[in-house]
Design a protein around this ligand. Sequence first.
Ligand code: MN
Length: 208
Amino acid sequence: MSPRRGPAPESLAAYREKRELARTPEPEARRKRSRSGRLFVVQKHRASQLHYDFRIENDGVLKSWSVPKGPSLDPAVKRFAIAVEDHPVDYADFEGVIPEGEYGGGTVMVWDRGTYRPEDDTDVAAAFQAGELKLRLSGKKLKGAWVLVRTDGDRWLLIKQRDRYAASTDITEEAPTSVRSGRTLAQIAADEGGDVARAATGDPSRVA
Ligand code: MN
C-alpha cells in the first residue's frame, strides 16, 4: 500500500502542464491515496460543452474519462467516453468555478461519488491497458456493474451491465444536482462567481 502523502505520481505531469495552478482553484496533488484507495467520482462540468468526467482511483491517481452525454442506467445505451489525463486524488473533492480563459474554464459539480471495486479483483492498470474495465460502483446515483470498453485509441464506451440497478429512466435528468452540496450548476456558478447563464444552459437542472 502506498503512503498517503509524498511526491506526485509522474502520470500527473500532463495535468500540471495543462493548467496554471496559481490561476485556478483546482487542486494540486497532495494526497496520494483516499481512505478506501478505490474512490470513484463523476463530475458534471459545464466548460465549452456540458459533459461528465468519470474518474476512478488507482495507484495514486484518478484515471479519467470525459463522457459528453453522461452515464446511462440503460444497458442498451453505450455512452461515448474519451480517456483524458490522469487527475490527482484530491480532484474528487473539487466543486466550483474554473475561471474563464483557463483550461476547462466553467463550472464543476460533484455529481456522484463513492467507491468502486474491479470485478473479480482484476488488476486495474492491466485491465486499462487491455481496454476492458469491469467495475462495481457504490455511488449515490450509480451502483452495480458497469464496464468501460476501449474501441480505438482514447475512445471508450461506458455501459451499464444488466442487474437490479439498471433502469430506462434518464439519471442525468432525474438526479441533476450535486451529491456534495445539493446545488445545481447554476447555483454553484452563482455562489462562486461563475457564469450563471452559461452554467444553466444545457443543464437539465436549469432551475436556479
Ligand atoms: Mn471536464
